[in-house]
Design a protein around this ligand. Structure first.
Ligand SMILES: Nc1ncnc2c1ncn2[C@@H]1O[C@H](COP(=O)(O)OP(=O)(O)OP(=O)(O)O)[C@@H](O)[C@H]1O
Length: 400
């Protein structure tokens, strides 16, 4: 079978195979849950000659939650399927721990996988759904009973073991799907948009539950595909951002958000105010001993942290997150700019204000204001040097 045909075929089989080991798979015995990292080494995947994942290299550390985020079609699910064994790379290797799994069948990889639409077996009771993979591995009845109890307890579903999937809510079904994936004591857990079929409120509580699950299973390595940046920021230790089948940036979540390495990251991960500036030259070290440079924006001069590869004279962007921009009266010292209010929205726990400054749209969020500004009003704004980040106005891979 050609790679393209194999990739299409494997995609159709979807996640079911990962959580439904082949009946001929050897029994793996008892293993500690998780405990191994995932390594992509220059992985390229093509469907019918079209490359959708290109020279993709990434290391997911043992015991971490790595979120893979990016726009629709950027290759996130394809990367996950390459780990699960549902697509065959045209080039590159995938390792789980020390094992090269590139040519292993999906059932032999020891992976737990959960997808968006639960994929529970509708005719089986919850306990049989959770037991399915273990039965396929011919585990003993005592081990099956122990694992089913343990995994349903982990996801808070012990009281539902005798029900059928149709008798559960969407959130409960997804918890069972997670229990089923964990029952086989996977080496790694792959989650592909596991919460996207749920409504916003249940999604929020499921994010908290996943965080708790990971606290309970700290060795479990999780690769979490989502297009929801707030899920990624809440759950992940590190985030990898994909664009057009390539890695655009990766790094610790707080660092990627706080110091985005490129424009795509700044705009994709959270909201960003991006203003064009010119680097004038070095300034004295800041109060924390940090290196600052002077930048010019229209007639204003600001101090911002230096960028290792942007020299004096460079035209670049300064990124300021909306919550770091403050009305000047709340912000003593620091950098100043003047903008005109274009819209004000009260959103319960905060005000969102959009402004215009020398042809650039700006966004500011603040705790609810007693006397919010009105459209058309000029507003003096301030931001601290430390809260600004210089960005080259071009794509590039960021921190590791
Ligand atoms: N089985 C397939 N056959 C042909 N092309 C495919 C197949 N599966 C995915 N693709 C294409 O590969 C590209 C990457 O798809 P992928 O599902 O990995 O993206 P994604 O980032 O997960 O997107 P989304 O967020 O929409 O799920 C897309 O252009 C998609 O159309």
């Amino acid at each position: 079978m050609s790679d393209a045909a194999m990739n299409t075929e494997a995609s159709r089989n979807g996640a079911m195979a990962a959580s439904s080991p082949s009946p001929t798979a050897p029994s793996s015995g008892v293993r500690a849950v998780g405990g191994e990292g995932i390594t992509f080494e220059g992985v390229t995947v093509a469907y019918k000659g079209t490359v959708v994942l290109e020279n993709f290299s990434l290391q997911v550390r043992q015991g971490e939650i790595m979120a893979l985020i990016g726009p629709s079609g950027s290759g996130k699910t394809t990367a996950l399927r390459a780990v699960a064994g549902f697509v065959r790379p045209a080039a590159g290797r995938v390792r789980i721990g020390e094992t090269d799994v590139t040519n292993l069948a999906p059932y032999a990889r020891g992976i737990g996988m959960v997808v968006q639409n639960y994929a529970l077996f509708p005719h089986m009771r919850i306990e049989d759904n959770v037991a399915f993979g273990l039965k396929a591995q011919r585990a003993s009845a005592a081990l099956i009973a122990e694992r089913v109890e343990e995994c349903l307890r982990l996801v808070g579903m012990s009281g539902y073991r005798g029900r059928f999937p149709r008798e559960l809510s969407g959130g409960q079904q997804q918890r069972v799907a997670i229990a089923r994936a964990l029952a086989i004591q996977p080496r790694v857990l792959l989650l592909d948009e596991p919460l996207s079929a749920l409504d916003a409120q249940i999604r929020r509580s499921m994010v908290e539950e996943l965080a708790k699950l990971h606290r309970d299973l700290p060795n479990l390595t999780v690769l979490y595909v989502t297009h929801d940046q707030s899920e990624a920021l809440t759950l992940a230790d590190r985030i990898a951002i994909m664009k057009d089948g390539r890695l655009s940036a990766f790094g610790p979540s707080t660092e990627l958000y706080g110091r985005p390495p490129n424009r795509f990251t700044a705009e994709f991960l959270g909201r960003a105010n991006l203003l064009p500036v010119r680097i004038e030259g070095p300034a004295d070290a800041g109060p924390m001993g940090d290196d600052l440079v002077r930048v010019r924006f229209c007639s204003s001069e600001w101090l911002v942290p230096a960028h290792p590869s942007l020299a004096s004279g460079s035209q670049c962007l300064v990124c300021i997150r909306p919550h770091h921009l403050k009305p000047a009266e709340d912000h003593h010292g620091g950098n100043r700019l003047q903008a005109a209010v274009t819209a004000v929205q009260w959103q319960g726990d905060h005000h969102a204000i959009t402004l215009e400054c020398a042809g650039n749209a700006l966004r500011l969020v603040s705790p609810p204001l007693r006397e919010p500004p009105v459209p058309g009003m000029p507003l003096d704004l301030g931001f601290a040097a430390i809260d600004a980040t210089l960005i080259a106005d071009e794509a590039g891979v960021g921190h590791g």
